[in-house]
Design a protein around this ligand. Structure first.
Ligand SMILES: CC(C)(COP(=O)(O)OP(=O)(O)OC[C@H]1O[C@@H](n2cnc3c(N)ncnc32)[C@H](O)[C@@H]1OP(=O)(O)O)[C@@H](O)C(=O)NCCC(=O)NCCS
Length: 176
């Protein structure tokens, strides 16, 4: 039986499945993306520390759902949330800014992040963005490799987040 959340969208919460313990036979060969709901946001703040492997929940500030969440997305397979992207349009440019992305650890290297980024890039282009941008901390090699694989430019910027706080800055032009 299929259940639906209040907003009429298929809800993995209503199915009573645990996002943290997906069934073993669930593949990621049919990954779909859709807009983020409040139920999704509530789930993300519960799992994000585990998905990232450390305290990260402060990065999922509610402003990225309530005020800046129009283009935020989740990825699902078989009704299970396997990834999310919190991104928004920054006026300068305008630029499609990816603030936070997380993929369920059991579903990495299955193109989930790629699907989310493809969806966000299309949405950014529809909103007349000329570029995309994201940042990460030094040492996040998985993120660097991921962005490189998707054709983003990678640059280490000293003092980006304040004195002595360098960041890796990812950019991608959408003008071509
Ligand atoms: C980085 C992250 C978003 C990648 O998501 P993903 O769904 O696993 O990525 P994809 O399967 O779409 O990968 C696409 C390509 O990127 C590259 N890639 C992705 N993760 C990689 C890793 N850990 N090491 C090396 N290359 C990687 C590969 O070329 C990959 O293609 P392949 O699997 O066919 O070789 C995910 O690992 C994650 O959530 N990490 C923790 C949180 C984080 O670092 N977020 C980003 C901060 S900016």
């Amino acid at each position: 039986m299929q259940f639906f959340a209040d907003d009429g969208q298929s809800s993995p919460f209503a199915l009573g499945r645990s996002f943290m313990e997906p069934e073993a036979d669930m593949g990621a060969n049919e990954i779909t993306t859709r807009p983020l709901t409040k139920a999704d946001y509530d789930h993300i703040v519960r799992v994000i520390d585990k998905w990232w492997g450390g305290p990260t929940s402060a990065l999922a500030h509610p402003v990225y759902f309530y005020e800046l969440g129009d283009l935020a997305m989740v990825a699902e397979t078989d009704g299970v949330m396997v990834g999310f992207l919190l991104g928004f349009i920054a006026h300068r440019g305008p630029t499609g800014y990816v603030h936070l992305v997380g993929i369920h650890p059991d579903y990495r290297r299955m193109q989930v992040g790629t699907r989310l980024y493809e969806g966000f890039e299309k949405a950014a282009a529809r909103n007349r963005c000329t570029s995309l941008k994201a940042i990460t901390t030094l040492g996040n090699e998985g993120s660097v490799r991921f962005h490189e694989a998707l054709g983003w430019k990678v640059e280490e910027v000293p003092n980006y987040a304040g004195p002595g706080r360098a960041r890796i800055v990812f950019t991608k032009s959408l003008s071509n």
